[in-house]
Design a binder for this molecule. Structure first.
Ligand code: AHR
Length: 498
């Protein structure tokens, strides 16, 4: 195959929001316990945080971390996780039918977030609870002193407010699996009133209303429209969630997941803008894609089969090379929509469908999907440039006709660095990519990194943690302003130019 594209500094989409490189720590399985937090672990610090996981979190380049759920939040009482440890109860988490020891809660998470250097994204329970509890939590978290919950925080040893600015108004409230599941009307009204009250308490907040749990929900589109009709003037973002996997062995569709995500973003944007014009608003609602990843969902038994235990091993998917190529392309889709997606969180950070795996008492290692995330977070800086490749197209079962080459690029005007991301979706044939750099005279290819393997099913394990890692390809030189590079079959590529 042969593809062609042009890079031009004038083709701007929008600024790269740091919050696009978010992640997610839910009280689910071993995400918290033996994931980020494991007292007595050889690397645990004075707070019981695994420093091996903290280091990998920093290396991953995560900027924002959503907490404490997920489905978990919809039956969660935040008060159970604060105050003296001796007084904290063990509770029943109905989402994952697990026992929650509450030894890690809001204040522990905030201490961890500070050490990890990430911004918190907090969720309130709008499933089994409502406005009043959301306000109590916000007062506890953000009010300085002199009031009931601010003083409670201070009694708990946290003198200064946490100043959490990004909040989710519940989680996946359209899903019948959700504790306190609601209709769009019910949720829209509750979210609007909760948002109004929360902003009265703290006008600095950015609030996320729940969009659909995935694009195949029967109410997708209609849910967003109804919820936003109630909340448009009170919230800032609408959420989107999506997980991808090869269904019925259809790997070609799986490799095109980035196009599927692109379609989904366009639909949510259309629903939001439709409501914006209907309510004649000057505001624009952007997306918080606060759950996305590869998840082999069809392969797991579901919540109903779970027993009441602490930190069960839940959805600890082991990712291969193809999964990493897809994760890289999903990040590219988020960047391609930088003008309308302001926040994104890969679900999740540790052990639960995660880039970081740990063994209790043992080491932590990088899954294959760690690598495209870390490289994108490190090198996608400045502004996203529009790329319109001329490329062959192919028919997929799930997403119809899609381009074989998936691309995006960023330009950091501060230092002139350009990052071109390119995925060759063809599983058997390499692709020659010709990139016109005529608008960037003198620019050279500094580094070409590729994630691909002769064995696309190769994985990283505790025994072989670095089996899959990016490789460097000898850089080529542009001729007459055109850079010619070879993209391996089924590969994720980062071309760094300066
Ligand atoms: O990330 C795992 C789960 O997926 C989350 O708890 C939920 O919000 C989604 O359905």
């Amino acid at each position: 195959h042969r593809s062609r594209l042009t890079l031009d500094p004038d083709f701007r989409i929008g600024a790269v929001d740091e919050r696009l490189f978010g992640s997610f720590v839910e009280h689910m399985g071993r995400s918290v316990y033996t994931g980020v937090f494991e007292e007595g672990h050889p690397t645990a610090d004075e707070d019981g945080f695994r420093t091996d996981v903290l280091e990998l979190t920093r290396e991953l380049g995560v900027t924002t971390v959503r907490y404490p759920g997920g489905n978990f939040v919809s039956n969660h009482r935040w008060e159970d996780g604060v105050g003296p440890l001796a007084d904290r109860p063990t509770t029943l988490d109905l989402a994952w039918r697990s026992l929650e020891p509450n030894t890690f809660g809001l204040n522990e998470f905030m201490a961890w977030a500070r050490k990890a250097g990430v911004e918190p994204m907090m969720a309130v329970n709008l499933g089994t609870r409502g406005t009043s509890d959301a306000l109590n939590l916000l007062e506890y978290a953000n009010h300085s002193s002199g009031t009931r919950y601010a003083e409670l925080r201070r009694e708990h040893g946290v003198a200064d407010p946490h100043d959490i600015l990004l909040w989710c108004l519940g989680n996946e409230m359209d899903g019948p699996w959700q504790m306190g599941h609601k209709t769009a009307e019910e949720y829209g009204r509750l979210a609007a009133e909760t948002a109004r009250a929360m902003k009265r308490l703290d006008p600095r907040l950015s609030l996320v209303a729940c969009g659909s749990s995935h694009a195949d929900m029967p109410t997708f589109g209609a849910w967003e429209a109804t919820v936003l009709e109630h909340t448009y003037e009170h919230v800032d973002l609408i959420s989107a969630h999506a997980y991808y996997e090869p269904l019925d062995g259809d790997v070609d569709s799986f490799l095109a997941s980035g196009s599927g995500m692109d379609d989904m973003i366009r639909s949510v944007v259309a629903a939001a803008d439709h409501v914006g014009s209907k309510v004649r608003s000057k505001r624009r609602i952007n997306l918080s894609f606060d759950e996305w990843n590869v998840w082999y969902q069809k392969g797991w038994g579901g919540e109903d089969s779970l027993e009441w235990t602490e930190r069960p091993r839940l959805i600890e998917d082991v990712y291969d090379v193809t999964d990493a190529v897809v994760v890289g392309s999903l990040l590219m889709t988020l960047l391609r929509n930088a003008d309308r997606v302001s926040v994104a969180c890969q679900a999740q950070l540790a052990n639960v469908i995660a880039p970081i795996m740990t063994r209790p008492g043992g080491p932590a290692w990088r899954q294959t999907i760690f690598h495209p995330f870390a490289l994108t977070a490190r090198h996608a800086k400045g502004e996203v440039l529009r790329t319109e490749p001329e490329t062959p197209r192919t028919e997929t079962g799930r997403y119809g006709e899609v381009p074989l080459l998936w691309t995006t690029a960023t330009l950091d005007r501060k230092n002139g660095e350009i990052s071109l991301f390119a995925v060759n979706r063809d599983r058997t044939r390499p692709m020659t990519l010709e990139t016109s750099l005529k608008a960037f005279p003198g620019v050279r290819l500094v580094e070409h990194l590729v994630l691909a393997d002769d064995d696309p099913t190769a994985v990283n394990t505790e025994a072989e943690p670095d089996r899959v890692a990016p490789r460097t390809v000898v850089p080529t030189r542009p001729t007459d302003g055109v850079l010619t590079t070879e993209l391996a079959p089924s590969s994720w590529n980062l071309l760094r130019l300066a």
